[in-house]
Design a protein around this ligand. Sequence first.
Ligand SMILES: [Zn+2]
Length: 302
Amino acid sequence: MMNKNILMIGILFGLVSLLIFWWLKSPLGTKAENMHISATYNEQQGYEQFVKQLPQQKWDKMNWNSPFYMNNGGLPRYIRDCEAYITVNEILVKQEEPKEEPKEEPQKEPIEKPQQEIQRKRIALTFDDGPNDKNTVQILSILQKYDVKATFFVIGLNVVKHPEIVKLAAQQGHEIASHTWSHKNLTKLTPAQMHDEIDRASNAIFEATGQYPTTYRPPYGAINANVRDEIKMKSILWNIDTMDWQHKTPAKTIENVKLHAKDGGVILMHDIHKETAEALEGVIQYLIQENYEFVTVEELYK
Ligand SMILES: [Zn+2]
């Protein structure tokens, strides 16, 4: 009897140890080639805890231009899905570092430039899932009123329904980017299906505007190594989520922008909802007041 109890305790102890080991499994053990960067916005903690522990050579091996998967924070829940957590701001900072080049004539321009220009923050308004014959048109007229350029991630199926709206948006200087042909989760498709989703959308955009898109946003923000291997077009996610599609409340959309606006921000909205169109003036007015410069996604990641 005694021996059996000891055996049971031994097995239990072993199981608990295994569980603890599984939980604590360090992100450092994974291969840099397979590094899956999860950008958690408003999640400085994630960066502090994990990315700073990564050996320097892993940083260097990372392809900073590769698309990154984003989720809404929640570090403990996602810890086993991703090897590294990082804030979007950190990604942008890292991307910019190699650009530093010694200037040949640093003293050429004294202190002529107004300080305001140097400190100007840049932000990109992005609208997904359109075009829509009512709300996109309203959004375009508000953008025109404030002379603000935005990026529209259009769905191919909607482009062929309203090519004239896409054409108008392009003529007004907005970036027309792809949101695939029919808004499928690319990670669940075969390579041939992925290419079909991307190519059909690109062709529809070209038909409407005379230009092929240079960037795309994967539906649901769903992207993985398979998609990245197949689709060479630059993928763009977001780092400020208004959650407009969920609450459909203009005041909340504006509030989310006020809470999270930052330099290098990419704001996610959807031009298929009338509440988003209603929120837009408030969003723009706030960002103007905060001295933001509006840029397209292409300009932001140039
Ligand atoms: Zn979408």
